[in-house]
Design a protein around this ligand. Sequence first.
Ligand SMILES: [Zn+2]
Length: 153
Amino acid sequence: MVDLQTHEQRSLNMAAIKASNTLPEIYIRKILFSEGFRYRLNQKNLPGKPDIVLAKHKTVVFIHGCFWHKHQCHLGSTPKTNTDFWIKKFNSNVDRDQRNVQSLLELGWNIVIIWECAIKGKFKLPENSLRSILLSSIRDSTNRLINICGSKI
Ligand SMILES: [Zn+2]
């Protein structure tokens, strides 16, 4: 088989694959899988392209990087240089996130947002706490939007 991809295409593909297989995502997928959940990844047809879709539970899971999604925590700081650029960038990310959450709720999905600080860094949750919070968040459909953060934000 002849490889027709250019070097650039290949790098782009590798970058795309990497972005959907970050360590925090793999960590969460392992927890869900070990609890018997079955899921689909990166559903491009849903608002915000959720990282994990639990169709049976009508729940989508996002794993949000605290920097990019501007979490108010120790991992979500604004860079000291090009500050105006970053503030604009963060504001547009936050606006987009809010629109996506709204659309998903309107479509009948429940949403669990797991922030990076719950998974890594000095305030990360112990695995068994994260596991039980995550499972009860998925099973509890009375609360339609749940944020899971590190122990201090
Ligand atoms: Zn955070």
